[in-house]
Design a protein around this ligand. Sequence first.
Ligand code: UDP
Ligand code: MN
Length: 348
Amino acid sequence: MAKVNSKAVIVILFITVLLGLLYVCQYYRISLSFEETWKTEKEGSQTIRISHSSTDVHLESPPGLKYSQPSIVHGRTDVVTVTPWLAPVVWEGTFNELLLDSIYKKKNITVAATVFAVGKYIMFLKDFLETADKHFFAGFRVDFYVFTDRLNEVPKVNMAAGRTLTVRSVPSSNRWQEISARRMELIQKLIEETFQNHVDYIFCLDVDSKFHGRWGTESLGGLVAVIHPGYYRDNRSRFPYERRPASRAYVAPGEGDFYYCGGAFGGLVQEVHQLAKTCRNNFEDDAKEGIEAAWQEESHLNRYMWINKPSKVLSPEYLWQDFKQRNPEVLLIRFSGVIKNYANIRPN
Ligand code: UDP
Ligand code: MN
């Protein structure tokens, strides 16, 4: 009897240890898939951990929420609302903002927004910030990061509760192309040096624009691109991609899905980090060979999005241009570039 018992104890112990080992392995596998470790160039061996948590994968709606019944047979038919790789294309009428906001409220997300106001572009900052406070993720925690060389010309704007504004100093430049393109490097560094664990999503926006309508949780996704308002009805042969094979932004004839804006993009912090880092490196490697892509970082972004498909695409409602008449499929203009006199505001 005693013999049987000790055998049984050994078997039970063995099984317990095995189960324990299995559990530990499983735990590490899961946490590895949600957590990325980055080695930054500057900090050498120091690693930055940014937790993905489950921000973008598990959509839990609060119990008891009442909202209009979604239809599976009726919806917008005048526009395409899904890409060939099955990413949603966000148009007015394709989402329920009450439902989406409730889902993301539960996640307690923080959204960061970067905006550059270098040189005379500082004049656009006040309207940008005031309208952003009203329309951009209203009711959510938003951290705005302003990059400027004119620190004492940054306007005082009262932000709603839970929203912050941080100003960062950047050098001036005599070339607008450089100001525009250096944004990728500064976005990459901002993410590496500042965000770590406390920011979930980031959007990078042009300052020479204003919000006119809601831009909120419907825009959240892994990698988010905005369709450029100038080319969305055109054949891709007309898209102003970089066409010289020597450039790292090259897109060959017959390639390319859409033409995306350089003036607005975003997504999960780690996705935007990857994008910014890649575009920056490609831009700098091009420069070493004396090449500057046709539309600077916009060209590199378009090349990146061709290879790395955005998981959510925002319609031109999300970056229109004031000089352009609204097309009938655009039911609502949410964000739009103001009319500007290039000769007056750009340094070259
Ligand atoms: N920018 C800036 N100062 C400059 C030129 C550009 O701050 O002298 C920044 C600013 O945020 C601007 C963005 O770079 O919105 C892109 O440049 P711009 O808006 O002139 O390009 P466009 O939208 O006209 O293609
Ligand atoms: Mn612009």
